[in-house]
Design a protein around this ligand. Structure first.
Ligand SMILES: O=P(O)(O)OC[C@H]1O[C@H](O[C@H]2O[C@H](CO)[C@@H](O)[C@H](O)[C@H]2O)[C@H](O)[C@@H](O)[C@@H]1O
Length: 260
């Protein structure tokens, strides 16, 4: 076990904040079929059962989808839509779009629908504060870059969109909020409730997770799942390896709790 995990195992208060796709659930072609692995689910259940230990999901997924995919109960801490939507133990902070935001989304929707219709295998994800254009199933790989550029141009022409390039997806949001904002909010919430510092483990696999790694503080640990540039201090190879890390953390924290 790394020094980082030892430290987290003994931390007086611990927040385990997890990205979903590519971190606890393997990437698949159809996002509706994504499932958290049994090993990750078991480790998360063990962590949740420990004192002063909280598990949150921080995802680009819409909040309702994230809640369903993580089988979240009333105690869940969820951040969806890359930080825009929040649900704290059932208390929902949904995104209320202004008339201007709604109008810009409608304009972009029309343009994106036309663009994906012209590229076999492309389709449109309709999200509460924007759209995703998944390209995983695009039949002709050479059409992906032009599609993404045309989608980017359409969003730029309308204005006011945050663009994110993820794994086989380009996404557009009318809100400039990030997963980093979500992690910061979760930490502040727990610090206020518990009256003391909270160590954070954040894990993620994609570029959007770098916003969360960027808000980590001394005593926290960032874990990058898979390849790619990262500011995270640790890296594991894949979803299964990360489930192993969660299991090791759960075991070490159980031992730490038993010794106090
Ligand atoms: O922040 P995350 O929990 O990682 O969610 C980010 C996006 O995840 C989904 O797309 C990704 O997973 C899909 C299913 O495995 C995969 O087909 C796609 O290539 C990945 O980019 C989801 O569809 C998006 O809406 C999320 O924003």
């Amino acid at each position: 076990m790394s020094v980082g995990l030892d430290h987290l195992a003994a931390a007086p208060r611990l927040l385990v904040a997890l990205d979903f796709d590519g971190t606890v659930a393997p990437l698949v072609d159809d996002p509706s079929t994504s499932r958290i692995t049994a090993d990750a689910a078991a480790a998360i259940a063990r962590l949740r059962a420990l004192p002063a230990t909280w598990v949150a999901f921080v995802s680009g997924r819409p909040l309702d989808t994230l809640a369903a995919l993580t089988a979240s109960g009333p105690d869940a801490l969820l951040v969806g839509s890359h930080g825009v939507e929040v649900s704290i133990r059932g208390e929902l902070a949904a995104a209320r779009l202004s008339d201007d935001e709604r109008a810009r989304m409608t304009r972009l929707e029309v343009e994106l629908e036309q663009l994906v219709a012209a590229v076999p295998g492309a389709w449109l994800e309709y999200k509460p504060v924007g759209y995703g254009v998944p390209t995983r199933l695009v039949e002709q790989a050479e059409l992906v870059a032009p599609l993404q550029q045309a989608a980017r141009d359409a969003a730029d022409a309308i204005g006011g969109f945050t663009t994110r390039l993820g794994k086989d997806i380009i996404e557009f949001s009318v809100r400039d909020v990030t997963k980093g904002d979500g992690v910061r909010m979760l930490r502040e919430l727990l610090v206020a409730e518990e009256g003391g510092p909270v160590a954070v483990l954040y894990a993620g696999d994609d570029v959007t997770d770098e916003d969360a790694f960027a808000v980590l503080e001394p005593g926290d640990l960032g874990v990058k799942v898979g390849e790619g540039d990262t500011a995270a201090a640790e890296r594991v190879a894949d979803v299964d390896a990360f489930a192993g890390l969660l299991e090791a953390l759960a075991a070490a924290r159980e031992a730490s709790a038993a010794s106090h």
